[in-house]
Design a protein around this ligand. Sequence first.
Ligand code: 13P
Length: 287
Amino acid sequence: MLVSAKEMLEKAKAGHYAVAQININNLEWTKAVLTTAQELNSPVILGVSEGAGKYMTGYKTVVGMVNGMLEELNITVPVALHLDHGSYEGCLKCIEAGFSSIMFDGSHYPIEENVAKTTELVKICAEKGMSLEAEVGSIGGEEDGVIGRGECADPQECKQIADLGVTMLAAGIGNIHGKYPDNWEGLSFETLDAVQKLTGSMPLVLHGGTGIPADMIKKSIELGVSKINVNTECQWSFAAATREYIEAGKDKEGKGFDPRKLLAPGTAAIKATVKDKMELFGSVGKA
Ligand code: 13P
């Protein structure tokens, strides 16, 4: 059964490790993430962006697929199904469809509007026993069609949003989605430290997990990050392994064209990436 991310993240914050949010894109992704989490006895959060939800033909399909897999694969570790960077309307749709967690990304609104919309969603999520992630300070990167240094959140605004009763808070600390540019200045630990001091036990979320060096990941966990999002890195792993298979001409050998064979190396590559992340984040054995 899907669970809210609240308990797993509170445990992670108290235990000084982080739970991975791995974004899913299709059946292979979902199966790879769930089986790896089970093998490593780790909690996990399945992230679904609005675009990926549309690609998978809608949130109801995603909920059906994930719930089916939890049962058929005998997944017993805590799993949350989470909307990534949701609009207000997207959040309402996912609540209706049976997600167990949502992120409302109100970072592009003036703070008053972010507060008003987040307040509404806090109320609904509390009634449904769901977890809610809010964002302050927008996280730039390729997803928004812009590449550049991510914004740094205003710690006072972070406190204001945290005090509304959200479950976890994404604060921009110079992180961005996708590939980090060569001239990236790194994470702003000064901002993270200030945010953590004002928000106390609130689990903090680090977006743009792809390409952040291991020492920065460790330091951010020390400073209160309890959830780290990874998407692009699994896409790179999948693409590289699939390319290798095709370039070796394996799709032309026997029944190598069968999608169950053709997509197998990519799926195994996602599993390896997820395992690396769970080991680095310290969530192995914490289910
Ligand atoms: P990356 O694609 O950079 O790993 O970021 C994922 C993310 O933050 C999803 O919200």
